[in-house]
Design a protein around this ligand. Structure first.
Ligand code: CDP
Length: 229
């Protein structure tokens, strides 16, 4: 049970890639006047920094050192190009670079490292403790904030999720094949759910929502119903 005087001060939303977590969390946060915090950004930032530094993604020691030294800032959007926020890593705007195929292909490997998770979890807890936050990720309800006031686990079939990601990429003008997106998503799902540390799984007390056939508004309505319940 929560010790918080105000209900739903921390809302945790977990689930696999492109299950609709970010869209739901952004809307929910806006509706409630809460901070929206996407923890995936941090793992993506560490992965991009590693790739840029030429560190092989398999080099756990160097990647971990880099994760601890990284400066990651998330700020209100500076451009109207569809970005929900600016992601600034070591002073540079990498908002779109962290969404690249190269990052997608390596992020699950990097985020399975204990040291990387430790570095990121400390920051996530600092931010979450201030309250009034909708935090999105893979392990928010299970590891980062097991005491969260409300835990949602958003799911959808891998085909539906790959279709969404494929459309997002095409809309950004990228040349991608649906099959490639599907394969990459399956690979990421597998690593994220089978890793030893903080694997992707619903918390025991999470409410599971399947967004395969649920629109954005319906998902938001269900979530708001749970917040008010
Ligand atoms: O946006 P999408 O759902 O594709 O992914 P993301 O939320 O940006 O997360 C990218 C990757 O970071 C995931 O596939 C996980 O490997 C990792 N991650 C994690 O391990 N723990 C979190 N709390 C958030 C992301």
């Amino acid at each position: 049970m929560s010790q918080n005087p105000e209900p739903n001060r921390i809302i945790a939303i977990d689930g696999p890639a492109a299950s609709g977590k970010s869209t739901l969390a952004q809307r929910l946060a806006k509706h409630l006047g809460y901070l929206y915090f996407d923890t995936g950004v941090m793992y993506r930032a560490a992965t991009l920094a590693g790739l840029r530094a030429g560190i092989p993604p398999g080099d756990e020691k160097r990647i971990t050192k880099l994760a601890f030294e990284l400066s990651i800032d998330v700020r209100p959007p500076s451009k109207a190009d569809g970005r929900p926020y600016d992601v600034i890593v070591n002073g540079e705007d990498v908002t779109w670079e962290i969404r690249s195929e190269a990052v997608d292909a390596n992020v699950s490997r990097v985020s399975a490292y204990a040291g990387v998770r430790q570095a990121m979890t400390v920051i996530q807890r600092e931010i979450g403790r201030r309250g009034k936050v909708v935090m999105v990720g893979r392990d928010i309800g299970t590891v980062v904030f097991p005491e969260a006031d409300l835990k949602l686990y958003l799911d959808a079939t891998v085909e539906a999720r790959a279709e969404r990601r494929y459309k997002e990429r095409m809309a950004r003008g990228e040349q991608v094949e649906y099959e490639e997106v599907l394969d990459s998503m399956r690979a990421r799902d597998h690593i994220d759910s089978s890793r030893d540390l903080a694997p992707l799984q619903p918390a025991e007390d999470a409410v599971i929502l399947d967004s395969t056939h649920l629109g954005v508004e319906e998902t938001l309505e269900r979530a708001l119903g749970l917040v008010q319940a």
